[in-house]
Design a protein around this ligand. Structure first.
Ligand code: ZN
Length: 475
């Protein structure tokens, strides 16, 4: 039979579209990884990283997004002669991705493959950021899916999952990558059976408890918040999460101590994001997250300057995925906050560098009494008042009012027109305006014309500094 209006085309069958032997040699699956790449010396890691970085750069050099980004910065891949030279490559953030999508909707010009390439290699598409604004798509080649699944499987294996296990996957099987790659990892690379429940919206939590109990799940993968909810629900159903379930280990993201307490089994943290899958995973030493350094170069950079920071300093994570072929991520400033650990051998025997636990997002958002506040938005509001020059600077602080719990507060320093810096009325008007428009109290401090230049870098910086977060100082 033929379909008259569509020609006959042989599909790229999954089993023959990939060099499987080459794949597992380059990116070892969990069992081999434990005694292989996990124990590489620093010299071996550096040598492989440089080699793989060259490959990743040559793939990205064909992508319009990188051609533009690198061209504007005067960067040439040939400039990278050693790993230290990586810092010459420009960083990019989610804003550049949004810009790329606007330039060429709906996929942007940052993808290395288009749907038509699905005729040669099996592709997947997942999107993130669906709650606000346009979806951010990522196209994954078959190679990217397999390596991503291997990294996920390594994480689960390091954290105690074994062949023959039943693992309940309570991540959302939705537009986002997470649940799918975990599913793939359990199925293809671990010999563990995924018990697919998705989130509580899809399978009510009582049902999840029943399923985990009935099928003797030895692990559950979910956020710490949801794992705690499962424990609560189990107790309400008359089950003791510590004794009535068959759990051996729990795979989480976030605060794991409370989960260990609730279930009485080891619970491990990790770090991953949509585009690149598992970047780093906690080992049994439970002291930081090991980066999979055969697949990534992770830098921690200064929030303001973007310059790489030494171990122990908090900054933005900048991730370079060495393995991607579908959509490249090279020096992606993901704006998640962490710090690198000192480069020493871990108690688990690995020399792969460790990151501190995830410490939040660095985008300048501040949460005040449940309200998200952006310094730039406050600046736009005060500028509406004729009594100000338009220059401002915000400071977030942790304050401890007498007899009340500590809370976050924000002060906006505002330059006034000449002679108005002492005006009690102007200050009250600006505070009222902010309260109305932001929905929460923002303190106003009036200052004279040009007196904020030292803080904002006016006249010195291309992009003015408008915000300083001093909350960590008083914590
Ligand atoms: Zn370790």
């Amino acid at each position: 039979m033929t379909t008259p209006h569509r020609p006959a085309v042989r599909p790229p069958y999954y089993y023959e579209s990939l060099d499987w032997a080459g794949l597992v040699k380059e990116y070892e699956p969990p069992f081999e990884f434990m005694t292989g790449a996990r124990l590489w010396s620093r010299e071996q890691i550096a040598e492989e990283q440089l080699k793989r970085l060259r490959g990743a750069m040559s793939r990205a050099a064909k992508v319009p997004f990188y051609q533009r980004l690198w061209g504007e910065a005067g960067f040439h891949p040939e400039d990278v002669k050693s790993l230290e030279d990586l810092s010459r490559m420009p960083l990019y953030t989610i804003d550049d991705i949004r810009d790329s999508i606007e330039r060429r909707p709906p996929l942007g010009d940052y993808q290395g493959l288009g749907f038509e390439d699905g005729a040669a290699t099996p592709l997947r598409l997942y999107t993130s950021g669906g709650t606000t604004g346009a979806p951010r798509p990522t196209i994954y080649s078959q190679w990217d899916r397999e390596v991503g699944a291997i990294l996920s499987a390594r994480t689960f294996y390091m954290q105690g999952v074994r062949p023959g296990d039943v693992v309940m996957n309570a991540w959302a099987y939705s537009t986002h990558n997470a649940a799918w790659i975990m599913d793939h990892a359990l199925w293809h690379w671990l010999g563990a059976t995924p018990l697919t429940t998705s989130t509580g919206n899809v399978t009510p939590t009582e049902k999840q408890v029943e399923l985990a109990h009935l099928f003797k799940a030895s692990s559950i993968t979910a956020t710490s918040d949801y794992l705690l909810h499962i424990a609560d629900t189990a107790r309400k159903m008359g089950l003791d999460p510590k004794h009535d379930l068959s759990l051996k280990t729990l795979l989480s993201f976030g605060d794991t101590a409370a989960v260990e307490e609730a279930f009485g089994v080891p619970t491990y943290d990790s770090y991953a994001f949509h585009e690149v899958q598992y970047v780093a995973a906690e080992c049994h030493a439970k002291d930081g997250l090991h980066v999979f350094e055969d697949a990534f170069i992770v830098e921690v950079v200064d929030f303001e300057t973007g310059q790489p920071l030494p171990p122990g300093h908090r900054g933005n994570l900048v991730v370079t995925a060495l393995y991607k072929t579908g959509t490249s991520q090279l020096r992606y400033n993901i704006q998640d906050i962490s710090a690198a650990y000192e480069d020493v051998e871990c108690a688990c025997g690995s020399r792969h560098r460790k990151l501190d636990y995830f410490q939040g997002r660095s985008d300048t958002m501040v949460k005040l009494r449940g309200v998200n506040v952006w310094p730039e938005a406050c600046g736009r509001i005060v500028r509406e008042h004729p009594g100000v020059t338009g220059e401002y600077f915000c400071i977030a602080q942790r304050v401890q009012p007498e007899g009340k719990p500590a809370r976050d507060a924000m002060t906006i320093m505002v330059e006034t027109v000449d002679g108005a810096e002492g005006s009690v009325q102007l200050r009250a008007e600006l505070e009222k305006l902010l309260k109305q428009k932001v929905g929460v109290q923002i303190d106003v401090e009036l200052v004279g014309r040009d007196s904020l230049r030292g803080l904002t870098g006016h006249g010195e910086r291309a992009k003015l500094k408008r915000f300083e977060d001093q909350r960590a100082v008083n914590r």
